[in-house]
Write a protein that binds this ligand. Structure first.
Ligand code: ZN
Length: 154
């Protein structure tokens, strides 16, 4: 399948609304000066950029997280949802959510309990049908994993 110009019409309407809302009004899109964890990700296939900045509450728990970036709506909505979802969460739980989301966008079956942990991220499951878009959706999460793993062994 070659869908380099996937349009929103190919995704479900309700999911499309969530994605566009996060794209147009991104949450936590600010700079955090002097972050405890930091990483910058780039998706050369689409030109997406995401920088994540994290302040820790304890060495194992996120206090606040913010992002800056530019790119397609899928990558930027994924980053916005990420910041809302893992704010205040333990690092280990953040990595678990990242793993579940990775399976979702690859089109693997997710049980209900795990799906609950994804919240609005479920809106991005449609990208599993468009391989080119999977990298867009995963970019913020790969960047998160990089920020955490550079600093910690979980
Ligand atoms: Zn993209």
């Amino acid at each position: 399948m070659s869908s380099s110009n996937t349009s929103f019409n190919e995704l479900d309407d309700i999911y499309q609304d969530i994605i566009l809302d996060h794209y147009r009004r991104p949450r936590n899109k600010v700079n955090i000066p002097d972050p405890d964890l930091f990483s910058r990700g780039f998706n050369p296939f689409c030109g997406d950029e995401v920088t994540l900045m994290i302040k820790l509450a304890t060495e194992n728990q996120i206090k606040t997280i913010a992002f800056t970036g530019q790119g397609c709506s899928i990558s930027q909505a994924s980053a916005s949802i990420l910041t809302e979802l893992i704010k205040g969460k333990p690092l280990k739980e953040s990595m678990e959510i990242s793993g579940i989301f990775r399976n979702l966008v690859k089109g693997l079956a997710i049980d209900d309990e795990d799906l609950d942990k994804l919240g609005e991220l479920e809106a991005l499951k449609g990208v599993s049908k468009f391989p080119v878009r999977i990298k867009c959706a995963l970019l913020p999460w790969s960047t998160l994993e990089d920020a955490i793993s550079k600093n910690k062994d979980l």
